[in-house]
Design a binder for this molecule. Structure first.
Ligand code: KG4
Ligand code: ZN
Length: 354
């Protein structure tokens, strides 16, 4: 008996994406990144929800057309139920519920962050627990330990900004275009970039902390670019704005910021493995996912980290780092096989708890 044809749908933030998956074969996949947010320099939740509403039908149609399948051949509908922007999530969840009901097929609710773990698995289905997972996205920075699929022990998380959010804000401070992460990455790759142009803090927190903090780093970058904030009595604001940055200085600050973020991540990863080893557990695998794993320096650093510790590293390929429905369909298929279908009372859950 062949594996069921699963339609996956992702609308948690600013990508409208649909995927058609059978077993391990991704038959059709469309990721539409919304460009309405560009002029605002960040994702505007209401605009994201409206854009999903406009594009969900054509995106699903295109994914099915690429798969050479009709909607009536779909055997299960998997959808991101959270975490994410509530309006954006509701578009996908409502669409998926209606489709599952109309087709008389099962509905599967997928946790967006767990699905990011499936980014590497789409090309590499052999990966399995036990592993340490690093999930770095626009909304989350999580270090997990898993001994079985579906069971995750939280080792550490961000106390303020997520890693991707820090990249996005750094880009705004540097006057680099939205989306910020890829812009900082590109600027840091420009020839001659000096990644030690200034002192920027690499957050450590307590000696044993596995948590992350990026807001101090972001503020340090802001002061580097704009000078000290002026007292309110003197009119407030800053000494200068980012327009005074030369292209060379912008490139160097992007590279320096990127290095500090990557160093903080690798530092916490090292601590995580040491902490686990201290408790007698030494996972041999490191699974990574989320948009920030597209970062050139982070990928190289993770490869070096894994090689040094002889870890089996699983990184998603570049196009599966950022939000996509292939990972939703992938996890959805596994949940379905485990008998974990949802019912039509499913609702969107914007926070991590879904
Ligand atoms: O996983 P994702 O697509 O969405 C969320 O679940 O949040 O991650 C998006 C985040 C954004 O903050 C984006 O700036 C960041 O991933 N990102 C990057 C790169 N590509 C995407 N950050 C650094 N370097 C990149 N190349
Ligand atoms: Zn994501």
């Amino acid at each position: 008996m062949s594996a069921p044809l699963v339609l996956g749908l992702e609308t948690s933030c600013d990508e409208t994406s649909a995927a058609v998956l059978r077993g391990e074969e991704l038959l059709g996949h469309v990721v539409l990144s919304q460009d309405v947010h560009e002029v605002y320099g960040g994702v505007v939740p209401e605009l994201a929800a409206r854009a999903h509403l406009q594009k969900v039908d054509p995106v699903v149609d295109e994914a099915l057309a690429r798969a050479g399948a009709g909607i009536d051949e779909v055997e299960a509908v998997a959808v991101t139920a959270g975490p994410g922007l509530i309006g954006a999530l509701l578009v996908g969840v409502s669409w998926a519920k209606a489709a599952a009901f109309a087709l008389g097929r099962p509905l599967v609710a997928v946790h967006h962050m767990e699905a990011h773990l499936f980014g590497p698995l789409l090309d590499d289905p052999e990966a399995r627990p036990p592993f340490v997972a690093l999930l770095v996205s626009g909304g989350h920075t999580l270090l997990l330990h898993s001994e079985a699929w579906g069971r995750y022990c939280l080792l550490g998380q961000t106390r303020d900004d997520a890693a991707g959010e820090a990249f996005d804000k750094a880009a705004a401070i540097l006057g680099l275009p939205f989306p910020g992460g890829p812009s900082v990455d590109r600027a840091a790759r420009e020839p001659g970039a000096d990644d030690r142009a200034v002192e920027l803090p690499v957050s450590r927190l307590g000696r044993e902390s596995l948590d992350f903090s990026f807001s101090g780093l972001k503020t340090a970058l802001l002061y580097e670019v704009r000078g000290k904030p002026r007292p309110r009595a003197e009119g407030g604001g800053f000494e200068r704005d980012h327009a005074s940055l030369t292209p060379g200085r912008r490139r160097d600050l992007a590279a320096t910021f990127e290095r500090a973020v990557v160093e903080a991540i690798v530092l916490k990863l090292g601590r995580a493995f040491e902490t686990l080893a201290g408790g007698g557990t030494v996972p041999a695998s490191l699974l990574c996912g989320g948009g920030v794993t597209a970062n050139t320096r982070l990928r190289a650093a993770l490869e070096a980290f894994a090689a040094e510790r002889r870890l089996d590293l699983r990184l998603p390929r570049l196009d599966l780092c950022v939000d996509n429905a292939a990972m939703i369909a992938g996890l959805g298929a596994r949940l379905l096989a485990a008998g974990r279908a949802a019912d039509l009372s499913l609702t969107a859950t914007p926070t991590t708890g879904c």
